[in-house]
Design a protein around this ligand. Structure first.
Ligand code: CP
Length: 316
């Protein structure tokens, strides 16, 4: 079992077989995570640096836990409080970390393309933990893995081929949306994006997705709705009137779901703006698998790190 890539920079570069390999490996690691001792010794000779130039809760903790469950040594770096504020370049920062004998780098950066740039200048494997508005590959992998798992729980085959997934909300500023589109298309799902016209990129249908500006119609069409956060921090001019208006026309609430006459799966990558893109009674409902997504993130990241490490002694 190995991947066709040296780095995980984006889903765009992965083959469908790579995604299936990651899922099979994550299945093994999920079993490890259910044992009393949730750890394997596989990466005890490996050091991994998590370098985060942008805020994170889920991704950062999930990567750190995944690395520790694989017995790797872990160093954490955040831009705030570092020599980045003194003008050090990205390559200098990373090369200094690598000089301390680090084998792998997990990086989040606000600049789209930063992990690609880095992969051309350093020898270590790079894992993209989210770059600007471009890609968030491990989020898309854990999202599709969680969809498959939930479909199996509901008595389906767990195959996403032909399943209808609506990605709803701020598509324009979302790296989760782009990585999900690439991942779902490679797995054979039908994908629709929905939200206000000002938050949907003009040429998105070139990626082979349907576009629906009416969120109720998108919900009626889909089997699974992945609801995205309004990314106000990336909007330098107003793209809708008020959050209240957004919630009224595009927010997912219980009344909308009750009117569908079918039971769709609800997802959100987090962090949630409760009462804006999703109401609390939906986020916390039986239909929501938001916390399953978070749980699966650890197994998916263990799988990605293990497969990129080149180790072949999986004791799962
Ligand atoms: N889903 C996600 O990337 O969350 P964080 O920003 O908290 O890592």
């Amino acid at each position: 079992m190995s991947l066709s890539v040296k780095h995980l920079l984006g889903i765009k570069e992965l083959q469908p077989a790579d995604i299936q390999t990651i899922f099979r490996t994550a299945d093994n690691f999920k079993q490890v995570l259910q044992r009393p001792i949730k750890k394997v010794p596989t990466l005890r000779d490996t050091t991994i640096a998590n370098i985060f130039f942008e805020n994170s809760t889920r991704t950062r903790i999930s990567f750190e836990l995944a690395e520790k469950r694989l017995s790797a040594d872990v160093v954490n770096f955040s831009a705030s409080g570092s020599s980045v504020s003194k003008g050090e370049t990205l390559i200098d920062t990373v090369n200094n970390i690598l000089a301390m004998k680090v084998d792998m780098v997990v990086m989040r950066h606000s600049a789209s393309g930063a992990p690609w740039f880095l992969s051309q200048h350093v020898d270590a494997s790079i894992i993209n933990a989210g770059d600007g508005v471009n890609e968030h590959p491990t989020q898309a992998l854990l999202d599709s893995f969680s969809m498959k798992e939930e479909l199996i729980k509901k008595g389906y085959k767990g195959d996403l081929k032909g399943k209808r997934v609506a990605i709803i909300g701020d598509i324009m500023h979302s790296r989760v949306a782009l990585s999900n589109i690439f991942c779902l298309k490679k797995l054979g799902a039908e994908v629709m994006v929905s939200g206000p016209p000002t938050l949907i990129p003009k040429h998105i249908h070139d990626l082979g997705v349907k576009v629906e500006y009416n969120v109720k119609k998108a919900l009626m069409w889909c089997d699974i709705a992945n609801v995205l956060r309004i990314q106000l921090e990336r909007q330098n001019k107003p793209l809708f009137s008020t959050l209240r208006e957004y919630a009224l026309f595009y927010g997912i609430n219980k009344q909308m779901l009750d009117g569908l006459q079918k039971d769709i799966i609800i997802m959100h990558p987090g962090p949630i703006n409760r009462g804006v893109e999703i109401s609390s009674d939906v986020a916390d409902s039986e239909q929501s698998i938001i916390l399953d997504q978070v749980e699966n993130g650890v197994a998916i990241r263990m799988a990605v790190i293990y497969l990129l490490s080149g180790k072949r002694d999986l004791e799962a």
